[in-house]
Design a protein around this ligand. Sequence first.
Ligand SMILES: [Zn+2]
Length: 417
Amino acid sequence: MSLLIKNAILNGSKTDLHIQDNRIDQISSAINCKADNVIDAQGKILLPGLMNGHTHAAMTLLRGFGDDMSLFDWLNDKIWPIEAKMTEEDVYWGTKLACLEMIKCGTTFFNDMYWFWPGSVKAVNEMGLRASLSGVLIDLFDKEKSAQQKRVIEEEFRLSKSFPERISYCIGPHAIYTVSADSLSWAQGFAKSNKLNLHLHLSETEKEVHDCIDQHGVRPVEYLEKIGVLADNVSIAHAIWLDDRELELLNQYNVGILTNPCANMKLSAGVFPFTRIQEAGILIGIGTDGVASNNNFDLFEEMKFTALVEKSRTGDPTTAPADCVFDCVTRNTASIFSANCGEIKEGKLADMILIDATVPPMVPGHSRVSDFVYSVNGSVVNTVICDGKILMQDRYISGEETIIAKARETAADLVAR
Ligand SMILES: [Zn+2]
């Protein structure tokens, strides 16, 4: 299959781009070859697809279900009790809704951590997005639970081999306060022997750090090193409460960090020290976290919050400049997840979006990177292409009415159970 995009604006110049199968094979000011599909992108700006580095997609079903609570009360009193009633079918429809919303706001990749992996993978496979999907591990320090979850992960990994390459399996031990050292070490052993990434929440709250010091005598990053989990296949979400020694370790082991500014602010988890992490040489990506704590998937908004929170934290408006923040949702996240995308270049995977440059927040257009970080939201996305296939054109996605109706029905049924 081939796709030709004509007359797009790339880095300020009129450009044609040719996609063969799932790769960008030619970028030039004029391409006049035949293609199976042609898009006339007159008046539209071509960008790499945005990449969501940390979320729990199926939590769309719980959007607005529990707000204005502390993280631990929210998890214990609202989220975990209702999640205990969830089924694979719920996760399937919740993830379908998540994919629909992500496509609508220009996301082509997400890193997910959730229960009922077969439900998530079925949804992502049908919706056409690229994803790193974790099998969750939470043993609550219970040996039986740990053994059962290890078996589930082995089975999910076996299943994952039958899905297309755009969907990768990832190991997702939830956090150090929900997973035993034995299970964490097993998870890393399994990840390494199968060449998989490992993703977990770390140092999201100050309480987590204090509890870790009380229980293990060291801070969370040092604890991961001590039990042999720290390695270059690891990425961590949140990472708000880190000391200098922990930053050194994360840099030494080449661990990427995914910050979640909206969720951090909504749950008052703390303020992510963007510049400090950047100066420590650590790659930063951005995630929305689950939409029960956000409450949407719009990475344009997330970029703006990332920049504004840092300027506010430092009292210095030159920190977290727009181009650095834009890299976080594109090339940095691609690098953290070893995905050959995040840039519009020949040879890269064909994941890209077209932005309508004629809408008011895109005018007059003095600086496009400024527009993307500070001015627009996801509604400016006109077309989404992932893995060489058109997922949305002129803001229309095939089957969207059914997904919305089924997700609404599923969420109502879940909370009534
Ligand atoms: Zn999370």
